[in-house]
Design a protein around this ligand. Structure first.
Ligand code: CP3
Length: 382
């Protein structure tokens, strides 16, 4: 099934359809490699720290003007090829009525951890399908405000994958190895499957709201999937991640044709789907499985080189990554050599979007990020 984005959507109207980012995600190698940074919005920017004074994280996410301004800050400053919507993976849970807070320096903390089948029943009593559009109104409004300012720069929407959300829900907060979540997976696979399906639908609805409101790509973060074996991933997690992505897999748009185009191109060149990216940390062993849940592009962390990642993906999948965040604080010559090496290895894939292997550390000097963008934009594949 295909659902068409409205004519005003930046992909349908042509504003972002031929951007470097969107075309690279769709597998077309770009003359200039597109670049953005996970966590580019946030504490590394003084303008962010100033704006956030006195506002709690989740309140900032639900204030459309503030969320939009924070999204735009790194685009203005670094001239990156995309904005990433300022929000958090727990925002849709909060909107669904789950008691959650983001504790500074720690991360998401839940009032009631989900440890037993009865806890899962309590949580899943909220039917994601019953959450109307109005629940996501602050998100839709923030996306609309943002794309009005972004012009031809695409906005990336995102959501947390079911396992990463479950890792927080079951533990009640951040944890090292997500032991309790992985125990529940095996101790009560039926309750686990219900929890995963529910989080998939909540995250899927959050993603869909962002894309329908104007995001030009969507990224599913399974940050903690690296704690899983390939077997556990494919058996107990991948079906739910596929379910999350199925909420946006149908979204497509007609490719705007140049006015002077001659013969009508074939239908498969006329309609494209909204590109979907799937990323995890420490997921070198899972890359192929993560692609197979229905992603177009796979994000790679810094633990394996991009040429090896591309080999594991059969050299047919665009990749995103994978500058080691630790290098951002190294002398420029060291960082520059590393970025060039990442770019060189990225040539093994059909297309490459440069990013970090995980988020920008809060203490990063933002002028270094700007300089990395200039380096990437000046580099050519030959
Ligand atoms: O710039 C961007 O990348 C967009 C914004 C973004 C945030 N969270 C903002 C945020 C994105 C994409 C996320 C996703 C997210 N949130 C993930 C997946 C990506 C990843 O990093 O692996 C995860 C695991 C979370 C959960 C979470 N939220 C953590 C671990 C933290 C950090 C806690 C801390 O204070 O160190 C948060 C809070 C959070 N989310 C901040 C930001 C900018 C920091 C809040 C602050 O400024 O006080």
């Amino acid at each position: 099934m295909v659902t068409s984005l409205g004519p005003e959507h930046p992909l349908s109207s042509g504003r972002t359809a031929s951007s470097r980012l969107v075309r690279a995600y769709q597998g077309e190698r770009q003359e200039v490699t597109p670049v953005w940074f996970m966590r580019q919005a946030g504490r590394s920017l003084p303008e962010y720290r100033e704006l956030r004074v006195g506002t709690r994280m989740l309140d900032a996410c639900l204030d459309p003007a503030m969320a939009s301004e924070i999204t735009l800050q790194p685009v203005r400053r670094h001239k990156v090829d995309a904005g990433i919507f300022f929000s958090d993976i727990v925002v849709p849970l909060k909107l669904a009525g789950v008691a959650v807070e983001i504790v500074p320096g720690k991360g998401p903390v839940f009032e009631q951890p989900v440890r037993t089948a009865a806890d899962v029943d309590r949580l899943t009593a909220i039917d994601p399908a019953s959450l109307g559009d109005e629940v996501f109104a602050p998100i839709q409004e923030a996306v609309r405000l943002t794309i009005a300012e972004l012009g031809e720069t695409p906005l990336i929407g995102f959501a947390g994958a079911p396992f990463t959300l479950a890792a927080y829900l079951v533990e009640g907060g951040p944890s090292k190895d997500h032991i309790r979540a992985r125990t529940l997976m095996h101790a009560d696979p039926e309750a686990w499957a219900r929890l995963m399906a529910w989080t998939a639908d909540i995250s899927g609805a959050f993603l869909r709201a962002q894309v329908l409101s104007g995001a030009s790509a969507a990224q599913l973060f399974d940050s903690w999937a690296g704690s899983l074996s390939l077997h556990d991933y494919t058996t107990h997690v991948a079906p739910a991640s596929a379910r999350a992505l199925s909420h946006v897999r149908d979204l497509a748009y007609e490719v705007p044709q140049p006015a002077s185009a001659g013969a009508e191109p074939p239908i498969d060149e006329l309609v494209r789907n909204v590109p979907l990216v799937h990323f995890g940390v420490g997921t070198g062993e899972l890359l192929k499985a993560m692609h197979e849940v229905g992603a177009d592009t796979v994000g790679v962390d810094y633990r394996i080189p991009l040429d090896e990642a591309s080999r594991r993906l059969g050299h047919v999948v665009p990749v995103q990554g994978n500058v080691d965040p630790a290098m951002l604080d190294a002398p420029w010559a060291v960082l520059e050599a590393h970025v060039r090496d990442v770019l060189d290895r990225g040539r093994e894939a059909p297309a490459h979007v440069l990013n970090l292997g995980h988020g920008v550390p809060p203490e990063t000097d933002p002028t270094v990020l700007t300089r990395v963008v200039e380096l990437v934009h000046g580099w050519r594949p030959e």
